[in-house]
Ligand binder design. Sequence first.
Ligand code: PBG
Ligand code: ZN
Length: 324
Amino acid sequence: MNRFRRLRVSPQMRRMVRETKLSKSDLIYPLFVEEGQNIKTPVQSLPGIYRYSIDRLDDILQQISKSGISGLIIFGIPAHKDDKASCAYDDNGVTQNAIKYIKKNYPELIVIADVCLCEYTSHGHCGIVSNNKILNDETLPLLAKMALSLAKAGADIVAPSDMMDGRVKAIRKILDENGYIDIPIMSYSAKFSSEYYSPFREAAESTPKFGDRKTYQIDCANSREAMREILDDIDEGADMIIIKPALAYLDILKSAREICNLPIAAYNVSGEYSMVKSAAKTGIIDEKRIVMENLLCIKRAGADIIITYHALDAAKWLNDEEKQ
Ligand code: PBG
Ligand code: ZN
C-alpha cells in the first residue's frame, strides 16, 4: 500500500511539499477610471469595486502600492463616446491622463493599459462598425494609435483585448517606429465570447448596443482554435499572452502552457468574481478559502500572472499567512 498520507501529516510537511505557490507578485488589480471630478462610485455588479475620477485615485493607489502586488490594469471610461472611439487615442484622454498621474506618483506600480475601443465607441463594439458589421482592417490603425498614445502616456505594458486579427503586428510596428521598442505587448490571445464579462460591461459602460461579440471573440466550444490564436500572436510579436476567462477555461490554460514558453496571464474575470462575492455574502461559502483555492488552481493550471478583482484581498490574506 502506498502511504500518501505520510506527506500530509502536518501543516509544515504539507507546506514543504507543495507543488504550486501563489505570490503577491503574481497579482494584477483591474482599475476603472472615469472622466470627471470627485467620483468614487461603487459598481453594483462588482461588490467592493469602484469607479474613480483621477482626483480620487490616491486612496486605492496607496492600497495597491502597499499591498505588494505587481500593479494594475487600467480601464478608462470617457465622458464622450463616438463611432470612431476618438477618446481612445486622444493624448489627453481620461486613460492617458490617469496613466500619467499614476506613473508620476506611483512609479513602482506596473501599469498595464488595456487596448480596446469598446469603452470609447457609441455602439459599444470593440472595432469600427459599418452596416452592423465590425470591420477588422479598418480597426487596426485605431488600435495601433491607441496603443502608441498609451505608451506615450507612460504605460509599462499594452494589452490588446479587441480580438481583431493582425492587431499585435500593427501595434508592434507603430511602437517600434516611434521608439517604444521596450514596451511589451501582453496580448489577450485566447479571449472567449463569454457571459462571464457581463458585470464588467456595467462597470465599463461597454455593453454592445446591438448584436454581440461572437464574430470576433472565440467560441467557448473551441480549444484548438485558441491554440492557433496563441501561436499566431507569438508570431506577430506578443511578449506575453492572456487567457480569459480563467476558471471555466483551465484546460485552455493548461494546453497553452504546453505549447508556449511566454509568460501567461489568466484573467479571473468579473463574472467569476461576482459569483464568488454573491455566494460568500449569503454564507454559502467562505470567501477567503474559496478565493485562495481558485487563485492557486489557476496557477496550478499554468498561469504565471493572475489579473483579478480579488488581488488586494488575496494580498492581505497572503500577508497573514506569512506572519503565522
Ligand atoms: C474589453 C474588455 C472586456 C473585459 C476586459 N477587456 C469586456 C468585453 O470583452 O466585453 C472583461 C473583463 C472582465 O469581465 O472582468 N474588450
Ligand atoms: Zn472591447
